[in-house]
Design a protein around this ligand. Sequence first.
Ligand SMILES: [Fe+2]
Ligand SMILES: [Fe+2]
Length: 140
Amino acid sequence: MEDHSRIEDLFNALIEAVAADAYAQAATLWVECERGLSWHLDTEDELLLPRLLSDRPRDARAILAEHRHLRLRLAEFGGGLSRPKLESARAFVAELRAHTRHEEKVLYHWVDERLPSDELDAILEVVRLRSGAKPPDRSA
Ligand SMILES: [Fe+2]
Ligand SMILES: [Fe+2]
């Protein structure tokens, strides 16, 4: 689940590719970024946040709102990244990083402290099974 740094690295690689006019590489990286982030957000929303919601509703709602914001921002790129959107993409990576910091402090701290280990094991098993259907991750 903790593929935060992998996703951030992918976005940074995408930004570098666009800045270097490496269009084919940028197109491939965009697909990996878009799918990787969407998969990550969907997985957290579906498997972890319902548990957090029942224990810490305010914290859960704040994270769900950040996920909605990140999805909207991602959609604003309109299916790809081009030079005029580079500054916006850099700002997006900063937003992503801020979300990750918040989430590690709140959600993953709660997972460590409060989620029973059998529930965590069950969640990790679902993640493992689903990752077969996860978009190809050739970079990992
Ligand atoms: Fe998240
Ligand atoms: Fe996350």
